[in-house]
Design a binder for this molecule. Structure first.
Ligand code: ADE
Length: 306
């Protein structure tokens, strides 16, 4: 994968050229406009090209989602398109400079205000973040840990902007400045360190956009999956009923829907107790049957380990 070609000596940001690999949406939007606009700023816009594939790409093609990827280097003016410099106070690595970020984010804010008041084409069904500001997500291992609840919250917003930092991170002053214009959310996808925010942004964009009504063909598939209600999902099987000597659990062939639902619920509880007991501790709406099932698994486990 090649790096973005450096801009030649020009004092005009090249953003308006339309050459971004993932700049789509809008053109094919239906009369009601996209339900959500997503902007991503990165020095590696090609990274985000994978978002054109599959259900998200289709939602963009249908005009449900607008997705624009901006090259941070298009907001630099020197011959090397410099986006980083050494840290004040010393230390390893480089820090992303404030000004290109401010220009990129201002460009996005300007596009937003010119889209407002354009009539029915700009109507959006989701809501803005608190205070009517767009949401700026800054992926960082120092952020709040992203989870399904946060994905659900973000899916109800109308404009998400992802600022993909690289190197040691972004000058704190532009983050503080952005907090005045955006609902600012530093967000981590887990307790490990990546090389930059691109992969983390793709993770969050996928988790959020699949929750937008109409993006996934069958909305029922959203209701019985891991984390939907704080439990992991049950094991699933398809034909043949016997594969290499292994049978599908008999109850799934019984046609008894109530018994199948209970069996599935029990498997979710059992799997969650085994793999993620921390999730169970957070649940306060378990039924009597759920609690009885959990006790059964616990005593079965202690018999096995005795
Ligand atoms: N950038 C580097 N590591 C990250 C992480 N764990 N989550 C989000 N962004 C990151």
């Amino acid at each position: 994968m090649s790096e973005p070609s450096p801009m030649t000596d020009s004092d005009t940001p090249a953003e308006a050229t339309g050459s971004d690999p993932v700049t789509q949406g809008g053109a094919s939007a239906e009369a009601v406009g996209p339900q959500m606009s997503i902007d991503v700023v990165s020095i590696f816009p090609e990274y985000l090209a994978g978002l054109q594939l599959s259900l998200i790409g289709k939602a963009v093609d249908r005009g449900q989602l607008s997705l624009d990827v901006h090259d941070l280097r298009d907001f630099t003016f020197d011959r090397h398109n410099t986006v980083d410099d050494s840290p004040y106070g010393g230390g390893a690595g480089m820090v992303m400079k404030a000004e290109p970020w401010a220009l990129a984010l201002e460009h996005i804010l300007a596009g937003r205000s010119s889209a407002e008041g354009e009539g029915p084409e700009s109507a959006q069904s989701a809501g803005p973040a608190a205070g009517g500001k767009p949401t700026l997500i800054v992926p960082s291992p120092a952020g709040q840990v992203f989870d399904q609840r946060i994905a659900e919250d973000l899916a109800a917003r109308d404009h998400l902007v992802f600022a993909c930092g690289r190197y040691e991170g972004i000058d704190q002053r532009v983050i503080d400045w952005a907090g005045e214009h955006f609902d600012l959310l530093p967000m981590s996808i887990g307790d490990y360190v990546l090389n930059g925010g691109e992969v983390a942004s793709m993770v969050m964009i996928e988790a959020v956009s699949r929750l937008i009504p109409g993006v996934i063909g069958n909305p029922k598939s959203l209701t019985e999956e891991s984390h939907e209600d704080g439990l992991l999902e049950y094991p699933i099987y398809t034909k043949p009923a016997n594969w290499r000597g292994r049978d599908v659990p008999e109850i799934l062939l019984s046609g008894n829907h109530a018994a199948i639902a209970r069996w599935r619920r029990d498997r979710r509880l059992e799997r969650t107790a085994e793999v993620r007991p921390d999730l169970l501790e957070r649940l306060d709406d378990l039924s009597k049957d759920d609690l009885a099932a959990l006790q059964r698994f616990e005593s079965e486990r202690s018999t096995v380990t005795e």
